[in-house]
Design a protein around this ligand. Sequence first.
Ligand SMILES: *Cc1c(COP(=O)(O)O)cnc(C)c1O
Length: 355
Amino acid sequence: MPAEVLQQAATEMLDWQGSGMSVMEMSHRGQEFGRILEAAEADLRELLAVPAHFRILFMQGGGLAENAIVPLNLSRGESVDFVVTGSWSRKSFKEAGRYCQARVAASNEADQHTSLPAPATWQLDGKARYVHLCSNETINGVEAHELPDLKALGSDAPLVIDFSSHVASRSVDWSRVGLAFGGAQKNLGPAGLTLVVVREDLLGHALEACPTAFNYQTVAENRSMYNTPPTFAIYMAGLTFQWLKRQTEGALRGVAAMEARNIAKAELLYGCIDQSAFYTNSVAPDCRSRMNVPFFLRDESRNDAFLAGAKAAGLLQLKGHKSVGGMRASIYNAMPIEGVQALVAYMREFEQQQA
Ligand SMILES: *Cc1c(COP(=O)(O)O)cnc(C)c1O
């Protein structure tokens, strides 16, 4: 979370803008929360340049619930293609198999999830109801820097992206997307809020078994208020959207400014890793994630010393995911370049100490 956002929430905690209430105490149907929700939606639409024929839904259940909710709404129980590029898309594929005929159209398992299969090599099913891609594999550090153009591949299927871990870190080419979903907790706000951006023509096809509260059409018709939405999380995300709108890098504003900043952050860290014989990252350079940077010490017996020294220097949460091992630096939007500079300085110093 950006520190400024936390500060503002702290200031408004007991009394939101003279209302005499905390946001947590408001009726979700009241005027005050109505303003918060409307502003959050409008700001997000502006930030991500979401076209008018897409609906923005604020839901709950996280990315993992969407792994079921998407096939319940879009698959019609028929064939769905998955591009399996790491832990998250594998989970999505497995869960979808409970509701539809999930098939793997492409996979990078052969190289331990360190590459992105070229779209021209995907074995797409002409009858697939959608094609699922995790556009940033958080655990493996693999990011699709450009979204595939399925039409150019001869497919009419909508592309569904799980953009949980890089939403708002760069722009989205909506002409290539049918639906995007993501948990808020990495780049947008606290856990508990799930964002869904869905093209209007994909609404209204849910399976009979789809829970009403998870039917996109119902959620859209009720402006994300069919049931009580996660009001405080929406408020916090709304503050983050306002913060994002204020960000500038030279002439760039908002998400474009974040993208430039994220590129600079990632180049700094990957540059440090690549220049050193002490650290490695095995992800193919053309699909290295700008948000999640897994790396290894060539001598893994020094991992504990590395983490202890990092912690002492105020550099936290660097231990890699248990399925991958090593280290992982998650340098989300809220991480300033100074944080990455501090990490790189520590990495160089640790390397020298060990020499
Ligand atoms: C973190 C993450 C999720 C998380 O799902 P939750 O249900 O919110 O825990 C899903 N997909 C990706 C790509 C993620 O990074």
